[in-house]
Design a protein around this ligand. Structure first.
Ligand SMILES: C[S@@+](CC[C@H](N)C(=O)[O-])C[C@H]1O[C@@H](n2cnc3c(N)ncnc32)[C@H](O)[C@@H]1O
Length: 417
């Protein structure tokens, strides 16, 4: 068979989608397995897989509307069609290239059917899908938890390119940087840029800033009277760097050696310091108590769906329940390591109440000597309004006109006086 230009990237995209949808891998992990491609093809394969994952329910409706032979959900033919249509919608790939690279992917399969469906849809014209539907189970869950308006906002955010947020160690530097063309600042020490290649931005090599969604930068702002601070579940270290830059003495614990290596590299690049400990927080015991603890617990990460659309396919109810069990255990353990008068900030980048509101409500029911300490005026940027319980809940739709935020839940706990 003569080689078709761009076929390698499409084959790799197909493998990535299979790894994500059938084996529950992250797109990053799936992409790391596809090592044989040129950097350009590797980038294209990731872009195609990502554009597909943003739109699967709508792509499936289009596919089903063009054939009476319903294709199985996990069939290769359906995945190839999803991938081809996503290129048309998300990347503007010309029709002839779509067809030429799709058909060889179903060699030995229903090639004529795929050709027929693709031809029908391309002749009809493919809609733009500016607000693609999320997976049905996720929409149902979020509608129950947050209401229909949040679901609609999440759909819009799924199609939009998220902005790039940088956190600066130094506020004056952030100010100077924010005055550059195209940049804005939504909070102190924050600069927001239109998406671009990170390592090409000024100041990366000198370590003046690190990439951190503004929502992810909120929890560390709630640690004020620090001193000795424990950053539990710390890698790759966005929050450790914030805490160290604020002048605290930071101990950073994480169970993953490879992620801690990235934390070490980040600290070296930014010329900041922290004591690093590789340990499972469920068995580790500190040899002292802390003035403040930040617990950025492992979670379903559904709040990061704009950059990682596959999280919505991985976050099955069983996974959310398992996470909630781990989060409750971590919180109960860590709270015992606070000095009298200390505060623990609990955070998750999840849009599931089971991993946020419910963890704190259950904890307070079992530990009536603790209470939520709401953010005080000036601690968080003005656009953050605490909930009735004094926690912080960031939902899709907030600051949408300037690029939106990741979904997050944050609560600060203190012992009642
Ligand atoms: C949400 S990420 C942390 C992000 C980090 N705080 C930051 O700002 O860059 C959760 C981290 O928890 C770690 N982790 C998961 N289970 C753990 C455990 N039992 N003990 C310690 N760390 C754990 C994971 O390795 C992962 O790095």
């Amino acid at each position: 068979m003569p080689s078709v230009e761009g076929l390698g990237a499409r084959k790799a995209a197909l493998q990535m989608l299979d790894a994500v949808l059938r084996r529950g891998q992250t797109l990053d992990a799936a992409a790391a397995h596809e090592r044989k491609l040129s950097p350009a093809d590797h980038g294209l394969a990731i872009a195609i897989a990502g554009e597909t994952l943003r739109r699967i329910p709508d792509l499936d409706d289009l596919i089903d509307s063009a054939t009476r032979n319903r294709l199985a959900d996990d069939s290769k033919a359906r995945t190839v069609l999803r991938l081809a249509l996503a290129q048309k919608i998300g990347l503007g790939t010309p029709d002839h290239a779509l067809v030429a690279t799709a058909l060889p992917l179903v060699d030995g399969g229903p090639r004529r059917l795929v050709h027929g469906v693709l031809g029908t849809l391309l002749r009809r014209g493919i809609p733009e899908l500016a607000a693609p539907r999320l997976p049905g189970d996720v929409e149902a869950r979020w509608e129950t938890a947050w209401g229909a308006r949040v679901v609609v906002a999440a759909r819009r955010q799924m199609a939009a390119r998220p902005a790039l947020d940088l956190t600066f160690a130094d506020d004056a530097e952030a100010h100077a940087y924010a005055n550059a063309d195209g940049a804005t600042s939504l909070a102190s020490r924050n600069v927001r840029l239109p998406s671009s290649s990170v390592s090409e931005l000024a100041g990366f090599g000198e370590g003046r800033w690190w990439v951190q969604d503004l929502a992810a930068a909120l929890p560390a702002r709630l640690i004020e009277n620090g001193g000795e601070v424990l950053d539990l579940c710390a890698a790759p270290g966005g929050k450790t760097m914030q805490l160290a830059a604020a002048g605290h003495h930071v101990t950073s614990v994480d169970a993953s050696g490879s992620r801690l290596e990235r934390l070490r590299e980040n600290l070296d690049r930014t010329h900041l310091n922290a004591d690093l400990v590789e340990a499972d927080a469920l068995t580790w015991k500190p040899n002292r108590q802390f003035d403040a603890i930040l617990l950025d617990a492992p979670c379903s990460a559904t709040g990061t769906f704009r950059r990682h659309p596959e999280v919505l396919y991985r976050a099955r109810p069983r996974i959310i329940a398992d996470n909630a069990e781990l989060q409750a255990k971590l919180l109960t353990r860590a709270i015992g390591w606070l000095k009298p008068g200390g505060a623990l900030v609990y955070a998750v980048c999840s849009l599931e109440p089971e991993e946020g509101e419910q963890i704190i409500a259950d904890f307070l029911r079992g530990n009536p000597d603790f209470a939520v300490a709401p953010p005080q005026p000036g601690e968080l940027p003005d656009f953050v309004t605490p909930t009735a319980e004094g926690c912080v809940r960031i939902l899709p739709g907030l600051l949408e006109d300037v690029g939106g935020l990741d979904g997050f839940f944050i609560a600060r706990l203190v012992r009642r006086g």
